[in-house]
Design a protein around this ligand. Structure first.
Ligand code: ASP
Length: 335
């Protein structure tokens, strides 16, 4: 279990009443059930544990190196993480950890484990059980990076945080659930990624953060577009567009994009909608964006798209190759 921080392990600051992350020993006190599970659990703690707003490519590399150093020793990994950026971390790790044969389950909670009505205990205990579940052949049931929250097991790079305070904070709107936890855990093996035994497990650390996300809105100015696309060293932009990938079709909007594409900047088109597919050929407004050189992010979440861009750009591939890989699935992130 890798404890990175987040509400699950937080306590109230006596003066300000604001929640702040604290040491993992506190968690053990509040979840004595962990000692009753019929498998061993070892814990590594981030120093210091953080609110997940502090997450960064550097910290993702830190999590990955803990997994790599311990990979052969354990059946699975549970990452305790704040909910705010859990979908980003799950997406990033799904690219950085190639072809895993073991589960990496991220979980957290909306209320700290020290609170009577906490959702943290259930989330933690069930995530641990999932990470330890085999498929009967001696292999892991869920060999992929996933998120477990409020009874739902989801593919990590398909998740979105939809609620700021409800216990059912996450959903996977474009890919079915991998499992549901009730009185027993019902896995859906046909939806779970298969490990390829002919290929090695690989750990990738290179991520390029010369990227940006731009959410368009009625009223966005050409000056805003131009200033984003002139950020020094910029290599990729995730453009959050309307509906099926539509955007204004005037020159004031398209020219800065076309110019950026000509300068080698990769522009990925994803939808602002909570679910659904970008199909730039469906409307004239989408077609003009395609003609300007934007690439379809299909049904990727914005979190999956931005972390995939960081991952692909980190490989130093020719720009055309990066563009070619955007609409293709690497880790089940798109349909
Ligand atoms: N701010 C917290 C975090 O993301 C929220 C949470 O854990 O639910 O670290």
């Amino acid at each position: 279990m890798i404890y990175t921080g987040g509400t699950i392990g937080m306590t109230e600051d006596e003066k300000t009443r604001a929640l702040k992350p604290i040491d993992f020993s506190y968690m053990k006190e509040y979840v004595p059930e962990m000692a009753r599970l019929d498998f061993g659990i070892h814990t590594v703690q981030f120093e210091p544990p953080v609110d997940s707003s502090e997450m960064s490519p550097e910290k993702w590399r830190g999590i990955l190196s803990i997994i790599e150093e311990n990979y052969c020793r354990y059946h699975g990994f549970v990452i305790l993480h704040g909910t705010d950026t859990m979908a980003y971390t799950a997406s990033a790790l799904s690219f950085m950890l190639e072809n895993p044969d073991k589960p990496v389950v991220l979980t957290g909670s909306q209320l700290p484990v020290g609170k009577i009505r906490t959702d943290g205990k259930e989330n933690l205990i069930t995530a641990l059980e999932i990470a330890a579940t085999g498929n009967g052949d001696g292999n892991a049931m869920v060999p992929e990076v996933c998120v477990f929250f409020q009874n739902l097991l989801m593919r990590g790079n398909r998740t979105t945080k939809l609620h700021a305070d409800n216990f059912n904070a996450f959903d996977s709107l474009d890919y079915p659930l991998l499992a549901e936890a009730g009185t027993r855990i019902r896995f859906h093996p046909h939806l779970i990624r298969k490990h390829d035994w002919n290929r090695p497990v690989k750990f990738h650390y290179a991520l390029d953060d010369n990227v940006a996300v731009l959410k368009i809105f009625p009223g966005i100015s050409s000056a805003t577009l131009k200033s984003i696309f002139s950020i020094p060293h910029l290599k990729g932009v995730v453009l959050e567009t309307y509906g099926a990938g539509n955007a204004p079709s005037g020159k004031w909007f398209l020219d800065p994009i076309e110019d950026a594409v000509k300068r080698g900047i990769v522009v990925v088109n994803v939808t602002q909608c909570a679910s659904g597919l970008v199909e730039m050929s469906a409307y004239k407004s989408g077609q003009s964006l395609e003609n300007a050189g934007a690439v379809s992010g299909k049904d990727m979440t914005a979190a999956a798209a931005i972390t995939k861009l960081m991952f692909l750009l980190g490989k130093n591939l020719p720009v055309e190759e990066v563009k070619g890989m955007i609409p293709q699935s690497i880790a089940g992130e798109l349909s």
